[in-house]
Design a protein around this ligand. Structure first.
Ligand code: PHE
Length: 437
């Protein structure tokens, strides 16, 4: 059988952890707080939650379903379901998105590794807040240093992906994901006790609608797709290694709820600190690198807390970068008959090179991020929703859905969401962005 030679997850738990590993990453801890800070706090979070419910969850289920049905990478999946049709371009778009995203994701992953190093050499204790916040700026002004860490991050990603699906990707997730969550909870307890925690909470909980600019809705959508690893086939690829007995609906909810919890939790840790230490909520991509170390420096056992946090965050980043590389890698393994080793090393090298401009300038990093989250992922998401809802036959969808979930009600709800609500919402957000509506 196809699946045995491609590798497979050890079971539903392994699958949920791996998909959660893909979903939970820098998107939750790094991107979510800084975007929330830039786009106005509570109102933005509500828009984000709306996008998760109306678009994220139905689409996640759709991607899992397509992956499990075809047991293929995104390109192969569309080719198998609709041979000879242009739908295969949707798969291609996913492979391109994987390249674009990983090229800057790995740069930020490199920042995290640099902060692991700074924690190791005890750079935060007994320093003033100003000295600590300056550490990020110093790193940012040093392209060579960033390229070095980018290279290390890509090396780690390639080594794990080249070892294969189950052995490499799964084991780490099992240990690190629960630990990261636990440490965030500890940090939350501390953050809530800081002096101006109430201002931070107000920022997160009281919507100031006038601050919610229209572009913020598109940002919320991009963030929702990015955070759940949707719109580019990562979840198609992960679904393709899934066994038939697994209940897709349950897995979908686990992953979506877990991912959203981590993001919101990160917000609740970061903003009390931002206000208590007099930092700017809209400080941009450096937000967590400036705020959290200041908090660590004030904590008992600061050395160990800082070290644990950055090690766990680098793990969360790695488990996501694996899934990004895996999309491109699976294509070359399945369709081009490359060996897994050859594919992962060649692609890793190409992505490293593509990442260098992002390491040199933060503007380029933001530019790539904008291309991915404002265009590539929403277009990919729209195509996948339309494919599942309209190009696939009702019976095809029904049959695959029913394998592990017999509920006609749940199927009907999902069908309505994926056929009508998700595509319409995606189109409206788009037209608005293009100023056509
Ligand atoms: N979801 C990941 C995160 O939150 C990023 C990612 C995006 C991974 C797209 C795979 C595909 O960090």
């Amino acid at each position: 059988m196809q699946i045995s030679s491609r590798g497979t997850w050890s079971g539903a738990v392994g699958f949920i952890l791996a998909s959660m590993g893909s979903a939970v990453g820098l998107g939750n801890v790094w991107r979510f707080p800084y975007i929330t800070g830039q786009y106005g706090g509570a109102a933005f979070i509500l828009a984000y939650l709306g996008c998760i419910l109306a678009i994220g969850i139905p689409l996640l289920l759709a991607e899992f379903l397509i992956g499990r049905k075809t047991e293929r990478n995104p390109v192969g999946a569309f080719r198998t379901l609709r041979p000879g049709s242009p739908w295969v371009l949707t798969g291609w778009l996913g492979v391109i998105s994987a390249f674009v995203i990983l090229s800057y994701y790995a740069v930020v992953g490199g920042w995290v590794l640099h902060f692991v190093y700074l924690s190791l050499i005890d750079s935060f204790s007994q320093k003033s807040a100003a000295e600590i916040t300056a550490l990020f700026g110093a790193m940012n002004a040093n392209p060579g240093l960033q390229i070095f860490w980018l290279m290390i991050f890509m090396l780690l990603t390639v080594v794990i992906v080249s070892r294969g699906v189950s052995r490499g990707i799964e084991t780490g997730n099992r240990i690190m994901m629960p630990l990261l969550f636990a440490l965030l909870l500890v940090l939350l307890v501390y953050a809530l006790q800081t002096e101006r925690a109430a201002t931070g909470l107000e920022f997160l909980l009281r919507p100031q609608w006038q601050k919610l600019r229209a572009t913020a809705i598109l940002e919320a959508l991009g963030q929702a797709l990015f955070s759940l690893s949707l719109g580019m086939g990562a979840m198609i690829t992960y679904g393709s290694y899934l066994s038939r007995q697994t209940n897709l609906v349950r897995c979908t909810f686990f992953v979506a709820i877990g991912d959203t919890l981590v993001a919101v939790l990160a917000g609740f840790v970061v903003f009390p600190l931002v206000f208590s230490f007099g930092l700017e909520p809209s400080a941009g991509p450096g937000l967590i690198f400036r705020t959290l170390p200041v908090a660590f420096s004030q904590l008992p056992a600061s050395y160990w807390v800082a070290l644990a946090f950055f090690v766990l965050l680098s793990f969360a980043a790695l488990t996501s970068s694996l899934s990004l590389l895996e999309v491109a890698c699976a294509y070359f393994v399945d369709e081009r008959r490359w060996s897994r080793k050859q594919a992962s090393w060649t692609l890793g090298m190409a992505i490293f090179l593509l990442g260098i401009p992002s390491a040199i300038g933060e503007e380029f990093l933001s530019f790539m991020d904008g291309i991915a989250t404002n265009y590539l992922l929403p277009i990919g998401a729209l195509l996948i929703a339309v494919f599942t809802g309209w190009a696939m036959k009702h019976s095809e969808r029904r049959e695959e859905f029913a394998i592990a979930d017999g509920s006609a009600f749940r199927f009907a709800c999902w069908s309505v969401l994926i056929r009508f609500l998700s595509p319409v919402a995606l189109i409206l957000i788009f037209l608005h962005q293009l100023r056509l509506f």
